[in-house]
Design a protein around this ligand. Structure first.
Ligand code: BEZ
Length: 249
């Protein structure tokens, strides 16, 4: 299931994604002169902060329209599949924000990240972890089932133990890995979120049913994720990772 992205829609509904990336960017602590790969740069909003640290940044993303938006900001971005990175010992650090939950083939990603780094190079990443958007997933399942449809999640939300084992197998030393609950207010509500991030999911829904399934999801979630003022909050849980490649053997 592949998701298509529009830079304009993303900016309208999901600008918070880059803003909330400031925490993990601070954990990376980029240094002037370091060579850093931004894995899944999107429209480059957060990459621009990396660049302003003085690091030499290369950015990649699977979406051509998003890469074009990043290039328009002056970022050295190119289209590349995270499961097939083509770099070898070129970076002091690999950084990734809010992307890796879209890629179930985690081992292929980690093999490419390890290959891209110099010995001792850092991998600092944040993405959805175990129990991320659990309420939303349950509501999607229920709303789909009520129309005899099967919801197939496109997302990968590993636990710290699972991801640590994958990092270890890929040749990393894990310095820190943790789940951080982050309830996240949605600027354009749950419908905006579903229409931005659920495009691939709703592609499987007959057009005549889309509005009804969307309304079903909203009604199931309203009691828990929408407050009395009408503000929706998504039940985000982030997996934060700090690791580095072994310097030998
Ligand atoms: C997330 O950032 O956790 C996320 C974004 C879109 C869909 C699912 C999860």
């Amino acid at each position: 299931m592949s998701q298509t992205w529009s830079p304009t829609d993303y900016q309208h509904h999901a600008a918070f994604v880059a803003a909330l990336g400031a925490t993990i960017l601070a954990r990376l602590a980029p240094q002037a002169g370091e060579r850093i790969l931004d894995l899944g740069c999107g429209d480059g909003a957060l990459t621009a902060d990396l660049v302003s640290s003085g690091a030499a940044v290369v950015a990649v993303d699977a979406s051509a329209p998003m890469v074009a938006a990043a290039v328009a900001r002056g970022i050295a971005a190119r289209v590349m599949d995270a499961r097939a990175l083509t770099f070898t010992a070129e970076f002091d650090a690999v950084f990734s924000n809010a992307v890796l939950h879209w890629i179930p083939e985690a081992d292929a990603v980690l093999a490419g990240v390890a290959r891209a780094l110099t010995p001792g190079g850092r991998f600092v990443a944040e993405f959805g972890g175990h129990t991320n958007v659990a309420a939303i997933v349950v509501a999607l399942r229920a709303a789909f089932a009520s129309h005899d449809l099967t919801f197939q999640s496109p997302w990968y939300y590993p636990s710290p133990d699972e991801y640590r084992a994958r990092l270890d197998a890929a040749g990393f030393i894990v310095d820190d890995i943790r789940l951080v609950p982050r309830p996240t207010p949605l600027p354009t509500g749950m419908l905006g979120w579903l229409r931005t991030f659920g495009v691939s999911i709703f592609a499987a829904v007959p057009e005549t049913l889309v509005a009804r399934v969307e309304q079903g999801v909203l009604e199931l979630l309203r009691p828990t994720l929408c407050d009395a003022t009408g503000q929706w909050t998504a039940d985000y849980v982030r997996l934060q990772v700090e690791a580095r490649t072994r310097t030998q053997g």
